[in-house]
Design a protein around this ligand. Structure first.
Ligand SMILES: CC(C)(COP(=O)(O)OP(=O)(O)OC[C@H]1O[C@@H](n2cnc3c(N)ncnc32)[C@H](O)[C@@H]1OP(=O)(O)O)[C@@H](O)C(=O)NCCC(=O)NCCS
Length: 177
């Protein structure tokens, strides 16, 4: 039996958070840093369970994206992963749907940095590839993030987005996007 549960970080116990982190470390084959995990916290998590085992995770946290002269309140999706042997059964979709509902109801825009392998997964769900230049608002000012260009996806909600325009994310340690 598969089940998706939604909870804020504050309402997840230490064992569940540890299981989610271990799952993501396995999904990303060890390429999942302390910062990556920290970026997944402080918002709403979707957790997929199968027969008492955690098989999928995704979360949405708040950050600011600067675009068109505005600092948009963005629901930013982090830590999306389904156990390798449980893929293709609808878990990824079941994780994203409630987070997209949160984004549509509470934010100006959705955002995420997609892996190449997952880009089509998001595009099929209505996420749009950002075509313009990306940058980060660093302590030293706005710095271009060319290496991220083409890998950022947005979920339009209430704001008109010019996808070929500039998009700037707020600052954080680790990967900024
Ligand atoms: C991306 C991922 C979360 C998808 O999870 P999943 O449980 O396999 O996805 P689902 O079974 O819900 O698939 C939903 C739909 O997306 C499609 N889909 C799933 N993964 C896809 C992919 N990588 N590329 C294109 N389409 C994909 C499915 O075919 C399905 O289409 P359908 O509705 O027409 O049948 C999973 O493949 C994963 O964990 N990948 C490794 C980690 C990763 O890259 N995470 C994303 C970080 S940005």
């Amino acid at each position: 039996m598969a089940e998706v549960r939604i909870a804020h970080t504050a309402d997840l116990d230490a064992a569940t958070l540890a299981a989610a982190r271990a799952l993501l470390a396995a999904v990303f084959r060890g390429d999942f840093s302390d910062h990556d995990w920290e970026h997944s916290l402080g918002g709403v998590h979707a957790l997929a369970w199968e027969d008492g085992e955690l098989v999928g995770h995704a979360s949405v946290i708040q950050r600011r994206l600067l675009h068109g002269g505005r600092a948009l309140r963005a629901g930013y999706v982090e830590g999306v992963g389904v156990s390798e042997h449980r893929r293709g059964r609808g878990h990824g979709a079941a994780l994203m749907a409630p987070l997209e509902r949160v984004i549509r109801a509470a934010y100006d825009v959705g955002g995420l940095g997609a892996t190449e392998a997952a880009a089509q997964f998001y595009a099929a769900r209505g996420w749009r590839r950002w075509e313009g230049p990306t940058s980060a608002l660093t302590p030293a000012g706005i710095v271009r993030t060319e290496e991220e260009d083409g890998g950022i996806y947005v979920l339009p909600v209430a704001v008109v987005l010019e996808l070929s325009g500039a998009l700037v994310c707020d600052w954080r340690d680790g990967d900024v996007w």
